[in-house]
Each structure stands twice: as structure tokens, then as C-alpha cells.
Design a protein around this ligand. Sequence first.
Ligand code: UD1
Ligand code: MG
Length: 451
Amino acid sequence: MTARSSLTIVLAAGEGTRMQSSLPKVLHPVAGQSLLAHVLGAAPKGGGTALAVVIGPDHQAVADEAKRIRPDALSFVQRDRLGTAHAVLAAREAILRGADDLLVAFGDTPLISAATFARLRAPLREGAALAVLGFRAADPTGYGRLVVEGDRLVAIREQADASAAEKKIALCNAGVMAMDGRRALAILDKIGNANSKGEYYLTDAVGIVREQGWEAVVIETGEDEVRGINTKAQLAEAEAVLQARLRKAALEAGVALIAPDTVYLAADTSFGKDVTIEPFVVIGPGVSIADGAVIHSFSHIVQTAIGRNASVGPYARLRPGTSLGDGARIGNFVETKAATLEAGVKVNHLSYIGDATVGANSNIGAGTITCNYDGFSKHKTTIGKGAFVGTNSSLVAPVKIGDGAYIGSGSVITRDVPDDAMALERSQQTIREGGAARYREMKTRDKKPKG
Ligand code: UD1
Ligand code: MG
């Protein structure tokens, strides 16, 4: 059987004022990614799939986020917010291109999975015109209720239009649906706005499908997958659901999470084999951790690649653009940013390594700072292989330290250091024989009680 083509339309024109935020709702993050990124990540991808996002006016940032995730994403502006069917039709141009399956999802419902999209599409292959995602709500208030006869879907009744009996139905509309692409416009164009809100309801598609004598079905899923986000509290609930999923998946993949509930992961965190993560670690987006690496407690890691058998923390902060080679060691109170630390590099204590490259097996002493910023621009520090940077050195960038070079402790290095050279930058030390004893004697004399 040849694969069916698809168009996924993600509705994201909602204003989201209840988030109490100036950020468009769908750009709020959970598990290190925007709500929109989660939905787009679950949508069908690859050959024969197209994607469109419907955004509100002045929400170019939402279109940009869609493009960042899926360069092929189209975006359409819905000028007036006249309902979910009206929003879908804002993408008419994309629908006219004629995909086999039309999928509609909400941008504020981030926990939806790729498997659910696939389950929704299956009935279309069997000839159904419409498949609606349903769930049994603990509290159905506010959701559209699914009116069914056997396994056939008869209608979706919005809360505002539901009878007392219909309000008792627990089976609710998740908002996600799949429509036969060939019949989609015939269905959507018939939807009117004769309801209590005067909106064009996508849910009216069910009645229209039935009138045509076509088939509409329900596919059920768990409530956790279809949580919609309207408030910061719901955002936090979604975060909790996602973290639980990510921790479980990491444990199943063999990651040793000693106290899983204290470790925060991102949706895109990738792990090798035999990785250990100690309690209280926060991992943001773009992190990969290779085989055998250990992340010690209280470390915070974002956009970083960690090599095999590397060791990080406790109390390390690895910022975007960090790359640690195999066996590299980052110790306590070390911060890195845009830094490539090759295999076997040690930065064990109290350092800042930013905009820097450190060659294999170099040792960076406690308190070393790359002075990368002059108040106007950032500059690079390049350290060769097998170098030794003594404790409490300041490396004033731009500066290069050669292979095998040795920097004496406490030096402020402002000029390049050649391979195998020793650089020392300190004032001469003075020794006064007996000076300490004389000093003590003087101080004791001064302190003698008066009178
Ligand atoms: C909708 C469903 C309801 C379902 C519920 C699930 C309809 C008519 N109702 O109700 O059956 O139980 O979701 O959460 O579909 N949007 C636009 N433009 C519009 C209107 C909405 O883009 O003109 C987008 C919103 O940004 C949001 C989504 O569509 O992402 C749903 O809109 P919302 O107003 O939240 O619909 P509900 O009343 O929750
Ligand atoms: Mg809603």
C-alpha cells in the first residue's frame, strides 16, 4: 500500500490572556520546548507530509518558531477569531493542494503523540470521512461532548449548546481530528455559525458528515495526552506529565537516575549507555550525553554535547555551545559557554571557560578565568594540547596558549604563549627574614593595657 499524504493544520490563533504573559501562548515552554514545538514534533513528518500553522495577527514570532522546527511549515493569519472551523479555513490554500488526510490539532495541546496521530488516520484508510479524538474527562465542563451510537459518532455538542442530559456525557472532544482530504473542503464550507456563540465550530463537521451519509468515528485516548494549556498552572501540570514521561523513557533506555523525581530533562535530551545522573540535575534543551558519562548533583546543562566517560559537577554550569570530549572532567563551580574541551581535559574547580577551545589532556587549574569580554565584544581563547594553566590565572582574550605550554599560577596572560613555553606574570616576591616575628612583637607591644 502506498503511504497516504497528509496536511496537518495546527490552530494557534488563540490569544491566551489567561497566561498573564506578553508571550503568545503557544511559545511558552514545557520540557525545554515551546508548546508549538511539541505539537509539530508529533505531527506526521517526512515525504508526503505538509504542515500549516494558523496564527493570530501580530504573531509573526509563532510563524518563525514553526519555520525553525519545520522549515517546510506554512503559516496563515486568521484576522478575526470567528471559531475553529474558520481558523482551519484560513489555511484553505494549503487544503486546496489536496492531501489524502487532513489533520487538525491545537497548538496549546502539547502532549499529543505521533502514535495518536497515526491512530486517527487509520479509519480514513478504511473509508471514514472523519475521525475525532475523544477522551473521558474527569471533569467534562467546558469541553465539547461526543454523542455516540455504538462506535459511530453522531454529534459533538459544545458546552454552551448542550442539553442537561448531554452535559452528563463524560466522553469529550479533544479537538484533534482527521478528515478525508478529498472531502475536507466540502465539509468545512458547509459549517455555519448558528449557535449560541455565533462561531464557526469545527465540531459541526460531524453533523455534516452524517448528513452526507459518510462515516464519522471516535478514537479514544487518555486525558493526559489532550490537556489544553490556558493558564500557568496548567503549564506546570503539563510539565509534570512530560517530565514523568521523559524520566520513565530515560530509565527504560538504561540511564541510571538515582532520584528520578529530582532530575529535569528536555524533550530532546539524548543518552548513550551506562549514563548516571545524580539527584538534582537540570538538563535544558539540546543536550546529548554519551556512554558512561556521570552527571553529579546540582549541575545545570543546556545545549551541550558530553563525551564518553566524561564527568560533570557537582555544581557545574554548562551553557550553550559547550562540547566535552571523551573523559573530560568538569568539577565544582565551573561554568562553560561556547567552549570546546577536547578529550581528557580537566577543569576541576571554580573556573569560567567561555568562547574557548582547550586541546586534549590540558589541565586548567582552580580559579582560571577566560576574560572573554572587554565590555564591547567577545574574544576567543585557544589553548593547545597538553597545556598546564596554573591556579588563578586570567587569560585575557584574544589569546593563544600553545601545546604543552605552562602558565605559572596567578598569571594575567595578555600575550600569546608559544608551544612548550613557560609564562609567568607576577611581581617579584620579597622575603624579610624575621619580619613576621618583628611584626608580632610590635603589635603585641601596642596592645598592652594602658596605665
Ligand atoms: C474546543 C472544541 C471543543 C473541545 C475543546 C478541547 C470547538 C468548537 N470546540 O473548544 O469541542 O472539547 O476545544 O480543548 O472546536 N482557535 C483559533 N481561532 C479561532 C478559535 C480557536 O485559532 O477562531 C484555536 C485556539 O487558539 C485553540 C483552539 O483553536 O488552539 C481551540 O480553541 P478554544 O477557543 O480553546 O476552543 P474550546 O472552547 O476550548
Ligand atoms: Mg480551549
